[in-house]
Design a binder for this molecule. Structure first.
Ligand code: AMP
Ligand code: MG
Length: 406
């Protein structure tokens, strides 16, 4: 049995060293992709000093209260202004460039327009007011986004704001999914005695789609050695394959011998609860390549937790993200237990489903690894070391599902 931290430290460098190749995509196709290079800005944003208001561009030292000023030019957004004639003002609109010689904008609400078309100011403007400075958002030469960033909508907008039409990203991961179990039935079908609905496939596909992976699922595979080998081999051209169930050592568990036949098993027991039987290895391809393989337990909570804690960061590294971006351990924080945990597991660390409000953690009543509602009705996982007893008021490590999704 290997400790979770040791497993992570062992497998993460493998993913980092074999990140998938890069490609260039247009901004329209960049959402959710991982940047393969730092992106620098070749321009200032905004490019020129411009007006933050509809109003009048003025030279502050010219302005005296109750004096009438002529409007010498009109500068809408998109126009190129002339230098400001001394002793006059320029009509200006939001986003329009500030005329050379003007050093301040007075908003139109603070200006009286006289019958003769001249304007009068009630208060003395401050130098620089309502001017948005060139480069105040982004300076030319600045790194706007770093390699390894998974691009969200704001990131894509930032790239557009510096005029970048295409970006270099790592190609999307192709991830194979299979769920083993002769008892499994698909939603929409009637359950016969002893059958249960397959939920793991839906959880994983959803989590993988949230990572913008290209998911290929072969669905339900019966508990039989040949069918398990065939399913694994049919997914071998994926970057990684995830299977659920059949990974213990019962007579109906075929994943371990199957992966030993079609590839190689590197480790298969992790000292964590829920979890434990978690296989890691690879499937051999005909062309000499290989696909990474994770065999997770069938219990819905174990499978979802193992996915989030082990598989997701591995896949993110494979897609070119950096260690700092994927290490969820950096996102754990201390919360105060509002529960007791008197009989901890002495051989495995435990991840308890907890609801945290104002830094106080209460446990979901049923911590069984088969109870999927425990994940639906909690906000995250309390991480306990092997043998860690908890009394109310103790500070414990916690990571929220929201932070695990990052
Ligand atoms: P296993 O790891 O195959 O021994 O399965 C452990 C438990 O998880 C059993 O109660 C299975 O019925 C259940 N299980 C296995 N696969 C799934 C699945 N795809 N969806 C929901 N439950 C499952
Ligand atoms: Mg099974």
């Amino acid at each position: 049995m290997i400790d979770l931290n040791d497993l992570l430290e062992q497998v993460w460098p493998m993913a980092t060293q074999q990140a998938v190749p890069t490609e260039s995509v247009s901004l329209n196709n960049a959402l959710g992709r991982v940047l393969a290079q730092d992106v620098f800005s070749s321009l200032n944003v905004p490019q020129h000093d411009n007006s933050g208001m509809d109003g009048y561009a003025v030279c502050c030292t010219d302005i005296q209260p109750s004096r009438r000023f002529q409007i010498s030019q009109r500068v809408p957004a998109g126009a190129s202004p002339q230098p400001l004639q001394p002793g006059t003002v320029a009509r200006i609109f939001t986003g329009a460039p500030i005329p050379p010689g003007a050093d301040s904008v007075v908003m139109q609400e603070d200006v009286v327009v006289n019958d003769d078309g001249s304007v009068t100011f009630s208060a003395l403007p401050k130098s620089g007011q309502w001017i948005r400075r060139a480069g105040e958002d982004i300076a030319s030469g600045q790194v706007v986004l770093s390699q390894g960033t998974r691009l969200d909508a704001i990131h894509v907008g930032l790239l557009a704001s510096i005029g970048v039409p295409t970006v270099s990203v790592n190609r999307r991961l192709k991830v194979g999914v299979m769920v083993t179990g002769s008892e499994l039935q698909s939603p929409g079908q009637l359950l016969q005695l002893g059958q249960i609905y397959n939920s793991n496939e839906y959880v994983w596909c959803g989590l993988l789609e949230a990572m913008h992976a290209d998911v290929r699922s072969v669905g339900i595979v019966p508990d039989n050695f040949e069918a398990t080998c065939a399913a694994l081999e049919s997914l071998a051209d994926c970057d990684a394959v995830i299977s659920s169930g059949g990974v213990s050592v019962g007579e109906e568990d075929h994943v371990k011998p199957a992966i030993e036949k079609v590839g190689q098993l590197r480790s298969w027991k992790v000292a964590m609860k829920p979890g434990k039987p978690i296989a890691f290895g690879h499937i051999n391809r005909q062309d000499g390549g290989q696909s990474w393989f994770f065999g997770l337990p069938g219990n819905p909570v174990s499978s979802a937790v193992a996915f989030q804690l082990i598989v997701k960061p591995f896949l993110s590294l494979l897609e070119g993200q950096g260690l700092a971006e994927v290490d969820w351990r950096l996102r754990t924080r201390k919360v105060q237990a509002a529960f007791t945990w008197p009989t901890p597991d002495s051989r495995r660390e435990e991840f308890l489903r907890a609801d945290v409000q104002s830094d106080k953690a209460s446990l979901f009543a049923n911590q069984s690894s088969g109870v999927l509602t425990s994940l639906a009705r909690s906000s995250g996982l309390v991480r306990l070391a092997k043998g860690q007893q908890v009394n109310p008021g103790d500070w414990v490590d916690y990571v929220s599902y929201q932070d695990l999704m990052k």
